[in-house]
Design a binder for this molecule. Structure first.
Ligand SMILES: [Zn+2]
Length: 344
């Protein structure tokens, strides 16, 4: 019967399960970084006080500041904390990749079952080869390791340059000290931000790859396609709306939505007749595509999503839905779609 309300409900639940897992990991990262800062904040505070004490109206020069006793100690201790954080971050992100891969596999099958007349059908499907999922886990683990390895050195350099750059001491050394400590904290947290991006990107990729593996195992005997599904709201961008409801071959890995995108692929089964249930009356598919959904929104919501000029062009026929999204290629990341800029 293809995709229906139950499928959409389950797809949403799958996304929540994924988000819960990723959120738990990023919360653990944030808490590890907060504890690490607690460990070093007093040393940095002492280092800043020492630097201001050395001052002759301005922040000390590069040489003296790097030789200052407190600053040396703070930098060194920070480097140790960063090494430890990298180890912890790695363990947090890769700790339950296998659980995540299994979860993706499980959810994909649930989405397929919602489209079939009898859930007992699923009993005959082949299980996804655990080795294939292990390969995904291994690949992701290596990727996370190679991304987190350079973080301590990079972060150490950032802290050092923040220290050297200094702060205007001016009239009130206490204010200057507060400001400097704030900057050092900000520099330190840059590493957390990077770790969070790695967690989100890599965990999501493992999820996507596992879903593809699951669909390949179920195969084209059962599946007709995968369908791009966006979470449609007043905040969804025109590109995601344009892609919503479009179909691809089942071996497609994706969807290639943009960073922080919330799209997913829904497996779409063949018709009941094709599947060998000729006697049963198949309910019609009820999926509302992004374009159909958009047409039912108020003028205000439509304008908020599109912007005035894009909406005008869409209504006048100058702009077509098919031209709404454009694929961007990136060295640093996978291909991703975005909203095609308006050309005057
Ligand atoms: Zn979007």
């Amino acid at each position: 019967m293809s995709v229906n309300a139950a499928t959409v409900r389950q797809a949403r639940a799958a996304r929540i399960a994924l988000d819960d897992t990723v959120d738990a990991a990023t919360r653990a990262l944030a808490s590890a970084w907060a504890s690490a800062w607690e460990e070093i904040v007093d040393e940095w505070s002492a280092a800043v006080d020492e630097a201001i004490g050395m001052s002759d109206g301005g922040w000390p020069a590069r040489g003296p500041i790097l030789r200052a006793r407190r600053a040396t100690r703070a930098l060194q201790h920070t480097a140790e904390q960063l090494e430890e954080l990298a180890r912890q971050n790695n363990a947090t992100i890769t700790g339950d990749l296998r659980g995540l891969a299994d979860l993706a596999d499980e959810w994909d099958r649930k989405l397929i079952v919602t489209q079939l007349p009898d859930s007992s059908v699923s009993a005959v499907w082949e299980r996804t080869n655990p080795k294939a999922l292990s390969t995904i886990v291994k690949r992701t683990t290596q990727q996370v390791e190679s991304l987190t390895r350079p973080l301590p050195a990079q972060q150490r350099a950032v802290m050092r340059s923040t220290l050297i750059r200094g702060v205007a001491i001016g009239q009130n050394p206490l204010d200057a000290a507060d400001l400097m400590l704030e900057r050092l904290h900000g520099s330190f947290l840059g590493g957390l931000h990077r770790a969070e991006v790695i967690a989100r990107t890599e965990m999501l990729d493992a999820w996507r790859a596992s879903g593809t593996q699951s669909r390949l195992t179920v195969g084209t005997d059962v599946l007709d396609a995968v369908m791009w599904s966006a979470q449609k709201s007043g905040k969804t961008c025109p590109a995601c709306l344009a892609m919503d409801g479009t179909r691809f071959p089942i071996d497609t890995e994706g969807p290639n939505d943009h960073q922080c995108g919330r799209c997913s692929f829904i497996p779409v089964t063949k018709t009941w007749e094709e599947l060998g249930f000729p006697g049963l009356k198949e309910p019609t598919a009820t999926y509302v595509t992004g374009r159909e959904w958009f047409d039912k929104q108020s003028g205000r919501t439509q304008e908020r999503i599109m912007g005035a000029e894009r909406l005008r062009r869409l209504r006048s026929g100058e702009l077509d839905w098919d031209a709404m999204a454009v694929t961007r290629r990136s060295e640093a990341w996978r291909d991703s779609i975005g909203v095609r800029p308006l050309v005057a």
